[in-house]
Structures are given as structure tokens and as C-alpha cells.
Design a protein around this ligand. Structure first.
Ligand code: AKG
Ligand code: FE2
Length: 279
């Protein structure tokens, strides 16, 4: 059973609770995130230091690491078409995304020495969720579940939301998500910088999203319009952090050291359906 050790408000906003758990994430933890009772869940020591080092080293030299279409400075697992978001930005990659999905997932498992923290997370989510957890699909076509990201010095991510609902609206057979979470395992946090910022508001409609756009960014939202973030998390090596991706969030640029993470989106349709895993 997971223990809620404490609530850690990280900023002046006392309502922005970050829950720390000791054991694997429970259904109650997931419900708290979905209900907005907590803004993030942290589990320290999810991946042991030696494993973090060896997986990060293997990823950093791997040819499957490639730039996001929207911002090639941020690198991620899966070659040209590694994430569904890439296919949203460049629809010509859609076919390749589905055709390569299994190879992309198996490749990440192999790069993790066949002992992937993403597979562990999948198993734990399957156990915690009443209806289990499964790789998401569009009809019979499996999505990719699990990615890795690399932020070099000077590279961060502008404030943004991640929403399969927004990105897949032209696909009638896409999973219909009520909530989307992101799980990140910090194999190698930046030595300086690289904080994860999360804003308190939850954006659920595209009109609101459009009104917040930053014209100087290809995907980002305007910090001035967003106001102050609710939390700024400085991840520890090996830590797992979960949050709701309809809350705007940003990655501060690394000031020193390459930042390497493993990441998984977790979609909730309803509690009677399996959690939908994808990237
Ligand atoms: O690397 C992080 O801290 C968060 C990256 C991100 O934007 C996400 O997982 O949705
Ligand atoms: Fe994100």
C-alpha cells in the first residue's frame, strides 16, 4: 500500500499539494491526481542509481534518439515518428508511427537492458487500476507506449499542455480520454536547472488554449498570460513524478549537464476501462 507521507507546498500557493509516496502508486494516488486534490505525485528512488546511469548512457549513444518535429533541440526515443504528437505536427508520419510502434517499444526495452522501468510502471499501473492498464490503440492499431527524452544544456520545453483529445480529434477511433497523466522517471536530472514547472489551471478546451498561445513559440503558451506556476519541482536522480498534462507545464532549460528521462502518458477513459498507455 502506498503511504502519503506528507503534502509539500513548493510555492506560495498553499493549495498546490505535491504528494510523496513510498511504494508503488495506488489507485487512490491516481484518483487524487485526476480529481485535482494533488498537483503532482513524487516517488523517490524509483530507479536505482546504477540502473539510471547505465540506461542513460545507453540512450544517449542510441541512434533511435531523434529530435521532435516541433522542436528538434529536444530529443526523444523512436526515430522520426516516435510520438503521436510528431504525427500531429507532421501528418505524413502517421503511417510510420503505427507500423513501427512495436519495434520502437521493443527497442526501448532492449536499450534498458531488457529490464525497463517503463515495463515496471506498466505492470504497477495494471495492478493499481481496477480495469488494468494497456497499450492504447486506434481501432486495431497499437500506439507507442514509453519514450525517453534528452535535453542538452540550454534546452528546455516551453509551457504547454499534452492532450491526446486535442491532437486526435480527426480520428473517430482514438481513445476518448477524460484525463491524461504524464509519468517521468528522471534517469539523469540536469545538474543545474531542468526544473519541472506546473501551473494551477486545467485547460480542457482548445479556445482557451489558443487564447494563451505564445506567438514566439511553435507550440508553447505565454508565461505572462499563465501567471505564476503552482509548483517548481527539482527532480532527484531516479525519481518518478506524475502529473496531469492538461495543466500547463514547462521544463526549465538545463544550465549544466544533459537531462535524461523516461516518460509515459497514462490516459483515463473511466475507472471501468483499462488505463491507456501511449506517447
Ligand atoms: O521532463 C519533464 O519533466 C516533463 C516533460 C513533459 O512535458 C511531459 O512529460 O509531458
Ligand atoms: Fe508535456
Amino acid at each position: 500500500m502506498s503511504i502519503m507521507i506528507n503534502d509539500l507546498p513548493r510555492t506560495d500557493d498553499e493549495s498546490a499539494f505535491v504528494a510523496c509516496v513510498e511504494n508503488s502508486v495506488s489507485r487512490e494516488n491516481l484518483e487524487d491526481l485526476v480529481a485535482g486534490n494533488v498537483i503532482a505525485i513524487r516517488q523517490q528512488g524509483y530507479c536505482l542509481p546504477k540502473r539510471c546511469e547505465s540506461i542513460a548512457a545507453s540512450l544517449l549513444k542510441h541512434e533511435m534518439m531523434d529530435g521532435y518535429v516541433v522542436d528538434p533541440r529536444i530529443r526523444r526515443w523512436g526515430g522520426r515518428s516516435g510520438t503521436f504528437y510528431d504525427t500531429y505536427v507532421d501528418p505524413s508520419l502517421l503511417e510510420e508511427y503505427f507500423v513501427n510502434a512495436q519495434v520502437v517499444m521493443q527497442g526501448l526495452r532492449e536499450a534498458c537492458g531488457f529490464d525497463s522501468p517503463i515495463d515496471r510502471l506498466h505492470a504497477e499501473l495494471d495492478e493499481a487500476s481496477p480495469a488494468g492498464a494497456t497499450v492504447a490503440r486506434f481501432g486495431k492499431r497499437k500506439m507507442v507506449a514509453g519514450t525517453a527524452r534528452e535535453f542538452r544544456v540550454g534546452v528546455g520545453a516551453d509551457p504547454h499542455v499534452d492532450s491526446l483529445g486535442f491532437d486526435s480529434c480527426r480520428f473517430p477511433d482514438a481513445p476518448k480520454l477524460d484525463c491524461q497523466l504524464s509519468a517521468n522517471i528522471y534517469l539523469q536530472p540536469a545538474e543545474d536547472g531542468g526544473e519541472l514547472e506546473i501551473w494551477p489551471q486545467r485547460i480542457t478546451c482548445t479556445d482557451t488554449l489558443e487564447s494563451l498561445r505564445d506567438p514566439s513559440s511553435d507550440y508553447g503558451l505565454d508565461r505572462k498570460k499563465l501567471g505564476a506556476p503552482a509548483v517548481r519541482i527539482k527532480p532527484e536522480p531516479g525519481e518518478l513524478v506524475l502529473f496531469d498534462t492538461n495543466h500547463p507545464h514547462a521544463v526549465c532549460a538545463s544550465k549544466r549537464g544533459v537531462r535524461v528521462t523516461l516518460s509515459l502518458f497514462i490516459g483515463l477513459v473511466d475507472w471501468d476501462s483499462p488505463l491507456q498507455l501511449f506517447n
